[in-house]
Ligand binder design. Structure first.
Ligand SMILES: [Zn+2]
Length: 196
């Protein structure tokens, strides 16, 4: 989860660079709703457009980082938060603990507000995992496997090296005030799955 980045969006709108991109996004959404996932195994459940910045990555910004998060909320509550304009937070994907079910809530070409660092937001894909940093029982095999397959796909599609310099925890983002995914997230296991 993250803190607001609304000012950046407002600046973009004032500068006139946001409207065209939003128009394109709206046209795309009306024309081809079924094609709104970038990862075929994901289910499209859109966040409110108030909670991310429309963009046309990787043309506007390169995508070269994957940021791993833990929600500190249930899956369903996190989905509602991403749909609530008052919360000003989103991630591209959220993975459910029990079975690895994945919702995509922001298109990869758009900038989700998840890293608490605008530079990292612009060049990353954010993946939330249902659970709490102090409850390792939420980090199930199903969730690790589903998330690792997603991260592998993102890395391969944008030619991101599949290593810990490019697949990082929220806690590793410069200036992070969050500790997720926390000490119980098994990075060795996760990276082995990403590279399997
Ligand atoms: Zn986080």
């Amino acid at each position: 989860m993250d803190t607001p980045a609304r000012i950046t969006r407002r600046s973009a709108l004032l500068a006139g660079v946001g409207m065209a991109a939003m128009g394109i996004a709206a046209t795309r959404a009306m024309a081809a709703p079924a094609a709104d996932v970038d990862y075929p195994a994901a289910h499209w459940v859109p966040a409110t457009p108030s909670n991310y910045t429309a963009s046309n990555r990787p043309s506007s910004y390169p995508i070269n980082v994957v940021v791993i998060h833990v929600t500190q909320e249930t899956f369903d509550d996190a989905v509602k938060i991403f749909q609530d304009p008052a919360r000003a937070v989103t991630a591209h994907y959220i993975v459910r603990s029990a079975d690895g079910y994945i919702n995509q809530m922001v298109r990869e070409h758009d900038i989700a507000w998840h890293a608490g660092n605008w530079d990292y937001n612009t060049r990353s894909i954010g993946i939330e995992h249902e659970g709490w940093v102090d409850k390792p029982e939420y980090f199930t095999d199903a969730m690790y496997r589903a998330s690792a397959a997603l991260t592998r796909s993102v890395c391969d599609r944008y030619r991101i090296p599949r290593d810990r310099n490019h697949i990082i925890g929220h806690v590793e983002v410069p200036g992070a005030t969050h500790t997720d995914p926390g000490p119980y997230w098994d990075w060795t296991r996760y990276m082995n799955l990403v590279n399997s």
